[in-house]
Design a protein. Structure first.
Length: 497
């Protein structure tokens, strides 16, 4: 309806007063920085068919502006949605985590008082998005007790508490499509949200800085680029190229995640979006990697997830399946010891068998006509996750370029995860462990070896899985309506179909 039509149901003076109040409120909340400064949690309930005010558009705007804002859209509802019997505001509040807690509520997903965990609605949406991939990959989890016994499931993995945080340290698979299942398993089976340390760009912390740097660089190179384009046009006009050149720049710059890139990303790695990938992981509490953020997560008693291989490990080159690219220098041991954390090495396999890399960072760097050089230069504008990357300065590994490999899918394989024996650091700080370079290095090397051993164990043992064949496994699970089994964790027990 038009505002004029409202005068038939609302007295003119009353309508004028209400509009003046609305205008005054808009002036306050839309002042520069006003919405962005709001730190308290907010729930915005909007109607999809509100014909009086554009609430369906306003909800997403508020969510973008307010860091702790959640939006619930009432599909098919009109302007006066709360007057309808089918709208239960208490249910809406509960779904979004705004209903006051009572004694019989399950424990919160996070120990961090400053963090707002995902709501039930967000969990349902995220789990729904990864369900198709889960049905194909049927993830299997193993964990190791303190006595070394391997069991199926994650019950043997300790969880972080105040004064005794847990640090999960493992290997990245190419593009990290398995990451969502890792998060999901701990939420479903242990009622805990694992918190990750993310690359600053895809975690949002460095995106604006990267954009500003890119714009400055673009301005600086405008004249040179313009001249180059004119030279290319002249070559074409002179017949040097008897055919139209493909737009390789578009190929290099394209977002190959099909627009599914998240606003935040997986720990220590860049941006694969999509089901099961970093989008889900970082929506659920990942923070930009830094010493202070690492400290805060451990100090809060969280279960923290770390991938020391970072972008280099997530954006592998050809023929690098299941290789680790960790720095030789220990980067996390001292911080873990400082907080008395329990370190749990873990391994993951399966995802890297489901893709073929057709062009990696090296191939893209070698693209002709200056396109490869431009791609690498753009990647250098991206803020680094490390102030000094010792893999480059000391280990002789090439620089960590933020260039995602181009892949083609193969038949998806089953995903397997194995958590190793927990390593307690309680009391080591008081004994001066962190000051002993040799002992710190020994612990770091041992953790890395545990991850590599876990990868080897999974690659070897999965051959015993009676449901390793994807087509057979999917058919079985569809027909039976239950998860397919796998090999026995105990190697002394023979697995049979």
């Amino acid at each position: 309806p038009t505002l004029g039509a409202l005068t038939s149901v609302i007295p003119r003076d009353t309508l004028a007063h209400r509009l003046s109040v609305l205008a005054a409120g808009c002036e306050v909340v839309n002042a520069p920085g006003a919405l962005e400064s709001i730190e308290i949690p907010a729930l915005c309930v909007v109607s999809s068919d509100d014909l009086l005010i554009p609430s369906a558009d306003e909800g997403p705007r508020l969510r973008r502006a307010m860091r702790r804002c959640r939006v619930e859209t009432l599909e098919g509802a009109s302007h006066a949605a709360l007057q309808k019997d089918e709208c239960d505001l208490i249910e809406v509040m509960e779904r979004n985590g705004f209903k006051p807690r009572v004694n019989d509520d399950p424990p919160p997903l996070s120990n961090d008082d400053a963090f707002m965990p995902p709501s039930r609605a967000e969990l349902e949406s995220a789990f729904e998005s990864i369900e198709p991939l889960r049905k194909i990959t049927s993830p299997v989890f193993f964990s190791t007790k303190a006595n070394g016994a391997v069991v199926q499931g994650i019950d043997a993995v300790p969880l972080g508490t105040k004064g005794a945080p847990v640090l999960l340290v493992g290997n990245h698979q190419t593009l990290a499509p398995d990451l969502g299942f890792l998060v999901q398993e701990f939420i479903r089976e242990r009622g805990t949200l694992i918190r990750g340390l993310a690359h600053p760009v895809v975690a949002g912390g460095g995106s604006r800085a990267a954009t500003a740097a890119a714009k400055a660089k673009e301005k600086e190179e405008t004249d040179t680029q313009t001249q180059k384009e004119k030279d290319e046009e002249k070559k074409n006009d002179d017949g040097s190229f008897p055919f139209a050149l493909p737009d390789l720049r578009e190929i290099v710059e394209r977002d190959w995640s099909d627009g599914r890139r998240s606003d935040a990303a997986g720990a220590g790695a860049g941006g694969a979006g999509g089901p099961g990938g970093m989008g889900m992981f970082t929506t659920f509490g990942a923070v930009p990697v830094s010493g202070i953020n690492f400290y805060k997560l451990l100090d809060a008693g969280e279960t923290v997830l770390l991938f020391p291989g970072g972008v280099r490990e997530a954006f592998k080159r050809k023929n690098e399946e299941y290789k680790l690219f960790w720095p030789s220098k220990p980067e996390f041991v001292r911080m873990a010891v400082r907080h008395g954390a329990i370190i749990v090495p873990f391994a993951a396999v399966g995802a890297e068998d489901g893709v073929d890399i057709v062009a990696d960072a090296d191939d893209i760097a070698n693209l002709p006509f200056g396109l490869g050089r431009a791609a690498i230069e753009r990647s250098r504008d991206v803020p680094s996750a490390r102030a000094v990357d010792t893999r480059v300065t000391e280990d002789g590994i090439g620089e960590e370029t933020f260039v995602q490999p181009l892949v083609v899918p193969k038949t998806p394989q089953r995903y397997y995860f194995k958590f190793g024996t927990p390593i307690s650091t309680a009391g080591l700080k008081e004994r001066g462990f962190g000051d002993d370079e040799a002992k710190v290095q020994e612990m770091y090397d041992g953790i890395k070896a545990d991850v590599e051993d876990g990868v080897d164990w999974l690659l070897r043992r999965r051959g015993e899985d009676p449901f390793k064949d994807t087509a057979y496994r999917v058919l079985y699970e569809t027909a039976s309506g239950k998860p397919a089994g796998t090999f026995y964790a105990d190697e002394n027990v023979k697995t049979t179909a």
